[in-house]
Design a protein around this ligand. Structure first.
Ligand SMILES: [Fe+2]
Length: 232
């Protein structure tokens, strides 16, 4: 049996990440799933990865999977059906628009801009608004002062493959928290987006986890403020 520590990265009290490979337009950018152990003892999975036997074993050592949440209708919903099957008692929550996209899944609820009381002791949340087709749900893990994002920022650093680093450099995204240019170009309501960033920056986070890229261990608030400087 594989030890939990071989499968998941333990970042802080009640906080783990899991990485799986992902190629996007021919570039290896990887994908990050986040596991939060709530004060109640149950687990909340953000952007679930493919549920391999190793991952399932590692999660079993941490606690019961209670909630499975995607970042948005585009990020983090691909394997939700596997969690439904493996954890019949877990609730699957839909990000805005995902319930229409995944009619094969019977969702237990919809995510919005305020946290469910069952996880609000540990996690705050807000919706990133103002994008043409995407409303992403962002979380703040209070005990570890960690901001959890999906696609609104990437963090490509030295551990990424050479070709990925080269493209990130060209796009001015290398070595820092950065909003992908395509997302930046498709903001249709700047006031709404600005307000969303303001809400995020009101949290006292230091660490930032992104859906694609490496962990930013500290200086997160300044890095987010900098990434959205063009908007503010
Ligand atoms: Fe993504």
């Amino acid at each position: 049996m594989t030890a939990t520590s071989d499968v998941l990265d333990h970042l802080d009290t009640g906080l783990w990440t899991y990485r799986e490979p992902l190629r996007f337009f021919g570039l290896e950018i990887g994908r990050v799933m986040v596991v939060v152990r709530l004060s109640s003892g149950g687990l909340l999975i953000y952007s679930p990865a493919e549920l391999t036997a190793d991952l399932r074993g590692a999660l079993a050592e941490l606690g019961d999977v209670r909630f499975v949440v995607p970042a948005s209708k585009l990020h983090g919903h691909l394997y939700m059906e596997q969690y439904r099957e493996a954890y019949p008692r877990a609730e699957l929550l839909a990000a805005p628009g995902l319930d229409r996209r995944r009619t094969d899944l019977d969702f237990d609820g919809l995510l919005g801009g305020t946290p469910d009381p069952r996880w609000s002791a540990d996690l705050d949340q807000t919706a990133f608004l103002g994008h043409r087709w995407l409303t992403e749900i962002e979380f703040y893990h209070r005990p570890s002062r960690t901001l959890i994002l999906g696609d609104i920022c990437y963090h490509v650093t030295g551990d990424a493959p050479l070709s990925t680093r080269a493209v990130a450099r060209l796009a001015g995204m290398y070595g820092r928290l950065a909003v992908p240019p395509d997302l930046r170009r498709t903001i249709v309501n700047e006031d709404a987006a600005r307000n969303s960033v303001r809400k995020i920056l009101a949290w006292e986070f230091d660490r930032v986890l992104v859906g694609h890229g490496s962990v930013l261990e500290s200086g997160g608030r300044a890095a987010v403020a900098d990434a959205f400087d063009w908007l503010r």
